[in-house]
Design a binder for this molecule. Sequence first.
Ligand SMILES: [Zn+2]
Length: 363
Amino acid sequence: MSKGPDTLRLISGVGAKGPACFVIETAGRRLMLDLGEGPPPGFLPNVDNVGPLDALVLSHGHKDHVGGLQLLGKLGNPPVYATEIVARGLPKNLTVRPLPISGIGEVLGIEVTTGRNGHAPGGVWLHFAIGGGFLYTGDWSTESILYAYDRPAKTAAIALIDCSYANYNKSLGECWSALEPFAERGPLLLPVPANGRGPEIALEFLRYGRTDIYVDDAMDRALRQLCTTDTASVRGNVDDDMKALAVTVKPIEAARGVMLAASADGTSGATKQLLQQWASLSEPAMVFTGYRAPDTPADRLIKSGRAEFLRWNVHPRLSDVVTLVQQIKAKTVIPAFCDRSQLPGLAQAFAPAQVTIDGPVSL
Ligand SMILES: [Zn+2]
């Protein structure tokens, strides 16, 4: 590969909700940012024309960001850079190199600044000292009561920003106001990702005074990790509440109290069986809170009216993205993980910054 200008290639993750996969080409090196699968199961990025990589850098451990690792063989099996917490969940046969969870690190001689993304255990945004600065947010949220968020401080001329919610602007407080009455009406099942909003919603119910909280094994494990090995991703003021939560929760054995179980869409984990068991009964109430891919149990139960959908924010509101764009003084914004039809509205909101999803973008 020749030492051409620094560029960003948008392999997958723009124009529609899809697996994250982007490639930076700089000084003759090729770095991939995330390599996801889904949300629809089996939906992988097309990496046929990418060529051998020098590194894969991971923002966090969610499937739509790391679920495509089986493609690494096609990409020359490069070393994988990840934070310690994310690395723990990766296959053991990979060559893993460390990324700081909040601070300055280095990938192939390029200075990389990271900060906690407020979204998932071990998750980070990444700022690369290339050109006028390049920021990749991965998934992020400023609002989590559980996961810590560090504001990117360095300027970035080009920013590839999670805009999953496009122009949506409701606060997490409004999400809670809509959800809380469901738990007052009888037993409630919340299918959730254990390594994302699940523990956060459980924490909110505990703070509200509920002690009848029941979880599956995946949630139980996640809660324990957030009190021990994953504390680096937790807000400083919630340590004690998380410890209280970890000893309060009990296993799900019947339809009672507030139940939280993985997976979020019911295609796997404890919810796969629980949803089948309870779909034809009137209790418990079922509420899905995240993105749902077509033709999943979540999608079917909502369409039939058996389950409700109430979003729980784990991505930024439009106002959060606007603030970020201004703070980092971005000149060009690449909105990720949202539909192409949202671009005119986003362009208006981010002006004078330019908006594009047409790569390659010069860095
Ligand atoms: Zn995520």
